[in-house]
Design a protein around this ligand. Sequence first.
Ligand code: ZN
Length: 195
Amino acid sequence: MAILKIVKYGEESLRQKSKEITKISKKIKVLAHDMIDTMYANNGVGLAAPQVGENIRMFVIDVSLDNEPFNPIVFINPKIIKKEGATHEKEGCLSFPNAFVDVRRYSYIKVKATDLNGKPFIIEAKDGSLLARAIQHEYDHLDGILFIDHTRNIFEAIKVLEENNLPKIQEDKLLDEKELEELLALNKAENNDQQ
Ligand code: ZN
């Protein structure tokens, strides 16, 4: 067991696309456990392999509450097979210490992955839950996408990065998520109707 060093925003490896895992070797298993330890040591709810310097398609998540037993989930070669609805929430990332930015996400997702024993599994996460958002966040890391790319307010993102002495936002990486924005506008209109 080891606590690994976390790669910080600004390092080019965070922008690389990670490779599929072809064999769940001893090395992969040790790495998964070290990633879980590293996530807990940093009070994170998720950690992706590229964040510890390994550009391979694996991430770990634990969204259990403080008063609940630990429940780490290892995702190997994940694929998001369904996504619906929209939500937005402030998010952070262990590669961006202390920086929190309002980002767009799908509120429902269905993901398929393999566990450490090579067994496939499917998880559905709905209602914009922490699990739904965490899976999208960590999944993105495997494609070199970072949470700030989903910002709803570039001025806020610029300010937050600056305040935390992090490198500048990469405007060419910002995602144009018209569909999510339209859904969010629709959600807001519906909420107003109900009041
Ligand atoms: Zn992250």
